[in-house]
Design a binder for this molecule. Structure first.
Ligand code: ATP
Ligand code: MN
Length: 255
C-alpha cells in the first residue's frame, strides 16, 4: 500500500542497505511519518548523508549509525510511542530550563531530546568525555559516534578489566562526576556500567545517555546523585575500591 511505498522511498533516499534486514525491521516501528519527515530535514541540511545499521534498541530510543558531513554520527531516535513519558514529565518539570512546554506526549519527548542535547553540551564544556552533540530535530538527537570502524565502543559492563585498569577507570569516573556536579551543575541520574562506554585505545570512560540528567535545582537531584554513587560503587567493588558512599559523595561535592 501507499504507506509501505513511502517507507521504501524514504529508505532508498537515506541509502539504508536493504540486506540489513535487522535495520529494516527496526525501521518499520521506529520511523513513524513524523520521524521520517525529521530524517528528511536532516538529510536535506546535509547533516545526515546516509543512515547505517542499528546500534541499539532501548526502552525509549533507538540508536543508529550514520554518515555525517565529515565523520560517522550516532542518531538517537526517541520513540513517540514510548510508554514512559509520564516519568519523563517528572524530570522535565523540576528543570527551570523547561518552564513553557505543553504537557502532551510529543512535546514532552521533544523537550526530552533537547534536554539530552543541552546536557551533553554542558558535560562536554565541563571537560568530560561525552559524545559531542551536533543537532536535534524534534525527537532525533545527532551526536558524535563513539567508536571505530563503524563499531561502537563497548559498554563498561562488557569489558574484562585488570585490577589496575579498573581502579584507573574508577578514578576517572569519579573525577567526571565531580566535574559534572561542580562545573556543569548537573547530576547524571542514570549512571552505571551500562551508560559508560570505554574507549578501547586508552581506556577513557565515555559518559552517555544524559536525557534524564537534572540540574542541581531539581528537587530530587541529591537523591539521584546518591543513587548514581551506589550504582558506581556496586560495580567497582570488584576492583577492591577503598571508598564508601559517604567518601565519594564528599569527593564529588568537593567538601
Ligand atoms: P537503554 O534504554 O538501553 O539504556 P537508551 O535508549 O537509554 O538505551 P543510550 O543509553 O543513550 O540509549 O544508548 C544505547 C546504546 O547505544 C549504548 O549502550 C551504546 O551502545 C549506543 N550508543 C549511544 N550513543 C552512542 C554514541 N554516541 N556512539 C556510539 N554508540 C552509542
Ligand atoms: Mn542507556
Amino acid at each position: 500500500d501507499t504507506k509501505v511505498k513511502r517507507l521504501d522511498t524514504a529508505v532508498d533516499k537515506l541509502r539504508i542497505k536493504r540486506k540489513d534486514s535487522n535495520t529494516l525491521k527496526v525501521t518499520e516501528n521506529v520511523f513513524d511519518d513524523a520521524t521520517l519527515k525529521s530524517l528528511y530535514t536532516l538529510s536535506n541540511k546535509g547533516i545526515l548523508q546516509a543512515l547505517g545499521g542499528s546500534i541499539s534498541t532501548g526502552k525509549e530510543a533507538n540508536v543508529f549509525l550514520g554518515e555525517g558531513e565529515e565523520h560517522d554520527i550516532a542518531i538517537k531516535i526517541y520513540r513517540i510511542s514510548s510508554s514512559t513519558f509520564r516519568s519523563m514529565e517528572d524530570y522535565i518539570l523540576g528543570d527551570p530550563r523547561f518552564t513553557n512546554i505543553r504537557h502532551n506526549k510529543r512535546d514532552i519527548i521533544f523537550a526530552w531530546t533537547k534536554k539530552e542535547f543541552r546536557n551533553l553540551i554542558r558535560a562536554n564544556e565541563a571537560g568530560i568525555r561525552v559524545p559531542v552533540p551536533i543537532i536535534t530535530e524534534r525527537n532525533i538527537l545527532i551526536m558524535e559516534f563513539m567508536g571505530e570502524n563503524e563499531k561502537p565502543f563497548p559498554a563498561l559492563k562488557d569489558m574484562r578489566l585488570e585490577l589496575e585498569d579498573g581502579k584507573q577507570i574508577f578514578e576517572t569516573v569519579i573525577d567526571d562526576m565531580h566535574k559534572l556536579y561542580t562545573k556543569a551543575s548537573l547530576v547524571h541520574g542514570d549512571l552505571s556500567e551500562y551508560n559508560i562506554l570505554i574507549d578501547t585505545n586508552d581506556l577513557t570512560p565515555i559518559m552517555i545517555d544524559m536525557g534524564q540528567s537534572v540540574t542541581l535545582e531539581h528537587p530530587r537531584a541529591d537523591i539521584f546523585l546518591k543513587r548514581d554513587i551506589e550504582n558506581i560503587l556496586r560495580y567497582f567493588k570488584r576492583f577492591k575500591i577503598d571508598e564508601t558512599p559517604e567518601s565519594v559523595y564528599k569527593r564529588i561535592k568537593n567538601t
